[in-house]
Design a protein around this ligand. Structure first.
Ligand code: GAR
Length: 198
């Protein structure tokens, strides 16, 4: 069993799909804790599943680095082997990244390196793209610049609005994230080797 932490900021539908995946005893992953930076609605999924969860709010700290230290400590208390950012809408400070990376991954709603940042779906639409998708990657010190682990494409329908496109991306994203974590758990993806080759 690979023990993981899942980090969220919002609705937590990716978290919910991971919780559902772990209900299958053949899925080799245990969610040891869920962390958030705000009152994320998705914490209710952790609560309902009896998974330890916590909020560490940046506003309670003097600096981003201090927040990162406190967030990392809260995660470390659960002895996890992998930290998964699944809708954490905040850039992690360098001290946090250095502590966990390369065992620190993120899911992003675009085909990186296209459309990094907080508004990836909106940016793809604004660029007039006909295709976008989802990327699961290792977090490094840049913003959405770390080594790509898995990607899947989604075609954009003419006239499609952001909310509809994002929901269609998430339908691809949830199983891709679960499959990527499984591949890490089973040694098919070796994070240290991927990071070293980057
Ligand atoms: C996901 O689509 C994730 O890729 C995105 O937030 C959504 C969270 O959905 N993350 C980013 O945009 C990070 N830059 P969820 O809360 O329903 O899982």
């Amino acid at each position: 069993m690979l023990k993981i932490a899942v980090l969220i900021s919002g609705s937590g539908s990716n978290l919910k799909s991971l919780i559902d995946a772990t209900n299958d005893p053949a899925y080799p992953v245990q969610i040891a804790c869920v962390g958030a930076d705000t009152d994320a609605a998705g914490l209710a999924y952790a609560e309902a599943a009896g998974i330890p969860n916590f909020i560490v709010r940046p506003a309670d700290f003097a600096s981003r680095a201090d927040w990162g230290t406190a967030f990392a400590e809260a995660i470390r208390a659960h002895d996890v082997e992998l930290v998964v950012s699944a809708g954490l809408m905040r850039i992690l400070p360098a001290n946090f990244v250095n502590e966990f990376s390369p065992a620190l991954i993120n899911t992003h709603p675009a085909l990186l390196p296209l459309y990094p940042g907080a508004h990836a779906v909106r940016d793809a639409l604004a660029a007039g793209a006909t295709e976008t998708g989802v990327t699961v990657h290792i977090i490094d010190e840049g913003v959405d610049t770390g080594p790509v682990l898995r990607q899947a494409a989604v075609q954009i329908a003419p006239g499609e609005i952001e909310a509809d496109l994002h929901e269609r991306i998430k339908q691809i994203e949830r199983p891709l994230l679960a499959a990527t974590i499984r591949a890490i758990a089973e040694g098919e993806i070796r994070l240290a080797e991927v990071a070293a080759a980057h």
